[in-house]
Design a protein around this ligand. Structure first.
Ligand code: GTP
Length: 316
């Protein structure tokens, strides 16, 4: 899927992904395995147990139901008799649920301004840092804007990441107007011919009106000062919070347009099925996933590869 993945694959992309998803894989793939091997026929109990594993892994009730319905339909149509034969049908059906079209994932080859939003502690600053390295590695000129002027320490933390990635950063003092930081950063990005401007913003869900106003103001400034740029708003969600992450995304979606999701900390959960639920239920592409704390532990998301990694089918 695109140049990013071809390059990344060469570096053992898949094995890193599979390793990062070990906890979830142990949960889902082993659960499925025991059902496929344990049942001698496809009956109601068989479907119920599959359902249970999917819900337990946080795939979400609606998504699980449509996957099971699809499986039942295929079993009937294709006259499948052996539980083991359901494995591939199930894998294909999960992939089908996540389909959004390939172009949904790619960064446009245009000058871009990316707003990164999300509540505190989800891994926002870390993800901006990792993204900067990743995009720079792809040959892009990257700049950061420290527009999370609210949390003490956020600016310093981002500066460290900028240093590590070797990219420029525009910042002001703590407590400064985030929109003013973005204004400065947009001017600098234009002047320095930057390809991607990554803006780390503050996320305060407890005051939705405030947050909405702030994001609107930032969007207005970017639109006014840089109308020709391609705009992205990525929400960062903590994968270990399961269905809560889904609820957060829904709340933010009411406040602003979201073009993509960064789902972090998937290495720390056995419930990585949340990636499937999020994409299927929100219809917003997961663009990156975090599978560790190291700089290269943020990966562009490829749904087919993700599902293959969950079932550890690297040979496909
Ligand atoms: N295991 C693991 N840890 C992660 C991942 N992404 C982020 N973290 C960790 O999560 C913690 C919080 O990350 P931050 O980037 O500080 O979170 P934030 O959302 O920016 O938080 P605020 O700056 O407080 O808004 C840090 O300890 C990160 O190292 C990931 O994919 N896997």
């Amino acid at each position: 899927m695109g140049r990013r993945f071809e390059m990344a694959e060469k570096k053992g992309f898949f094995s890193r992904l599979a390793a990062g998803l070990t906890k979830t894989r142990d949960n889902i793939a082993s659960g499925f395995d025991s059902i496929f091997k344990g049942f001698s026929s496809i009956d109601d109990d068989f479907y119920e147990e599959l359902e249970e594993i999917m819900i337990m892994s946080d795939m979400g009730i609606d998504t699980t139901m449509s996957i099971i319905e699809n499986l039942k339909k295929k079993v009937k149509e294709e006259k499948i008799k052996e539980p083991e034969e359901c494995r591939q049908v199930l894998i294909d059906s999960i992939k089908e649920q996540m389909k959004l079209g390939e172009e949904a994932y790619d960064f446009k080859d245009k000058k871009s301004v990316v707003l990164v939003i999300g509540v505190n502690g989800v891994g926002k600053t870390t993800s901006v840092g990792k993204m900067a390295s990743l995009l720079k590695g792809e040959g892009k000129k990257v700049m950061m804007a420290a527009a999370d002027t609210f949390r003490a320490g956020a600016i310093e933390q981002l500066k460290e990441w900028a240093g590590r990635a070797g990219v420029d950063i525009i910042s002001q003092a703590e407590g400064a107007d985030p929109a003013a930081v973005v204004y400065d950063a947009v001017s600098a990005a234009k002047a320095r011919n930057v390809d991607v401007l990554l803006c780390d913003t503050a996320g305060r869900l407890h005051n939705k009106k405030n947050l909405m106003d702030e994001l609107k103001k930032i969007n207005r400034i970017v639109e006014r000062e840089y109308p020709e740029a391609y705009k992205e708003t990525l929400i960062v969600l903590d994968g270990t919070t399961g269905q809560n992450a889904l609820a957060q995304a829904k709340q933010f979606k009411e406040a602003t347009d979201i073009s993509g999701i960064i789902l972090t900390k998937l290495d720390g959960t056995a419930k990585g099925g949340i990636a499937i639920a999020i994409q299927a239920e929100l219809g917003i592409p997961v663009k990156y996933i975090g599978i560790g704390e190291q700089v290269d532990d943020l990966q562009p998301f490829d749904p087919d590869m993700f599902v293959n990694a969950l079932f550890d089918r690297g040979d496909e």
